[in-house]
Design a protein around this ligand. Structure first.
Ligand code: HOZ
Length: 427
């Protein structure tokens, strides 16, 4: 695989950008070698600056569910750009987006758009505290909810990849009220509720973890969390930044039959432009300014270009066959298992709809501890073999792969061939 131009650009990038990247997950620290610099992408294909073509299974870490540069989305963005870029005033597209979210999430009355998943979760923490007049929050080891101080402990994503247990620069005071529990372990949550009755404002969870690899919740665990919240006046905050519109037109919470008190969104709802959102029943959202005393604002919130991109994406998703999407994910999982088996490599493949990823371990992966049993050296080898075979996957064991929903049967067959080839290269 030729990488002369990527190498040159990386050397140049390191002189002006921290580590040559603008987000640590883009660095190749855990797989070794130099990051690939991307030139362009179209549909399911992505091309690096050396002219190598890959099938893109990163999808910009989630937003590109329709593949790249979808013609209808591109057209909507062009039309928005032609009018201007931002007005600092409300537009029709924001209202339409709000209505679209209401339609997709029956438990939501009102929504506030922000610019990222991180911002959505920061705001949800504030709202949970404002609404309950309590300070403590619970998060799960290995879950990642963006880079805000209060949730940057025992976090997945880049922190897990780089082996950073908790970020420097986060003062003790900022995390004094953050309690850590284990995913799929209700007792580890009950323990905190017993220890701090009447002090916990919210429980924050990814309904399917996607930042310690992909991990599905056990139904008893999710149902138990809902009950624990109801019995103790705690708000259940479900972070659907990764899962929103991924498994169905709506949230994973609807798929599991669990309703959040506050829902956070991002990624897909922007279709590739920066959008986040938090949303809830009116009694909660009406506590947000200008109706209530919880303040949160943003110059570019609900940006007309981002809204146009998000709206066109969601309109297109409404016509997609999500049952078929799940079958696509299952086919990729089955191929990874079969090809690994043929190559004599132990693998556990977790999959939720279009989210997939392999762990190189014999241990079934159900939480952060078991995720960490994956053989990192094997993952690095796999990453480069897969790149050589023409698949672009995240350069980290702990990031979910995001398959595009638009894959044709022939394209899935091509992915299967490339997986097969990758495992052959690993021999
Ligand atoms: N938020 C993404 C989930 N792990 C990763 C993208 C990034 O941090 O750059």
């Amino acid at each position: 695989m030729k990488n002369t131009r990527s190498k040159e650009l990386f050397e140049r990038a390191q002189k002006s950008l921290v580590g040559g990247v603008n987000s640590p997950v883009r660095a190749f620290n855990s797989v070794g070698g130099d990051p690939l610099f991307i030139d362009r992408a179209e549909g399911i294909h992505i091309f690096d600056v050396d002219g190598n073509e890959y099938i893109d299974l990163v999808g910009s870490y989630g937003p590109m569910i329709l593949g790249h540069a979808h013609p209808k989305v591109k057209q909507a963005v062009k039309e928005a750009v032609d009018k201007s870029f931002t007005y600092g005033a409300t537009t029709l597209a924001e209202v339409e987006m709000g209505e679209m979210i209401q339609e997709a999430f029956p438990q939501i009355d009102k929504v506030r758009f922000v610019n990222s998943g991180t911002e959505a979760v920061i705001s949800a923490i504030r709202l949970a505290r404002a609404a309950t007049d309590k300070k403590k929050i619970i998060k799960f080891a290995g879950c990642y909810h963006g880079h805000s101080d209060a949730l940057l402990v025992a976090a997945g994503s880049g922190l897990a990849t780089l082996g950073i247990p908790s970020s420097k620069g986060v003062p003790e005071e900022a995390v004094n009220n953050t309690l850590i529990s284990n995913y799929n372990d209700l007792e580890s949550v009950q323990k905190w509720v017993d220890m701090y009755p009447n002090e916990i404002a919210g429980i924050f969870i990814e309904p399917v973890a996607g930042n310690m690899g992909v991990i599905e919740p056990e139904m008893d665990f999710m149902k138990g969390l809902r009950k624990l919240c109801d019995d103790n006046g705690i708000l259940l905050v479900i972070d659907e930044v990764m899962t929103g519109f991924r498994k169905k037109f709506g949230g994973a919470q609807d798929h599991f039959g669990i309703a959040a008190d506050i829902t956070c969104m991002g990624k897909v709802i922007g279709g590739g432009m920066p959008v986040g959102a938090y949303a809830a029943k009116a009694e909660l959202m009406d506590q947000v300014a200008p109706l209530g005393g919880m303040y949160q604002a943003g110059t570019l919130s609900g940006s007309p270009i981002s809204m146009a991109c998000g709206l066109a994406t969601l309109k297109e998703l409404k016509n997609q066959d999500y049952d078929r999407a799940d079958q696509l994910g299952k086919r990729v999982k089955a191929k990874l298992e079969a090809a690994a088996d043929k190559a004599g490599i132990k693998v556990q493949v977790n999959q939720f709809g279009l989210m997939v990823n392999p762990f190189f371990t014999e241990t079934p992966v159900r939480d952060f501890e078991t995720a960490q049993t994956s053989d990192q050296a094997m993952f690095s080898k796999f990453f480069w073999a897969v790149a050589e075979a023409g698949l672009y996957i995240p350069p980290s064991q702990f990031e979910a792969w995001f398959l595009p929903i638009v894959l044709t049967d022939e394209e899935v067959e091509e992915i299967e061939r490339r997986i097969e080839k990758a495992f052959e290269l690993m021999k």
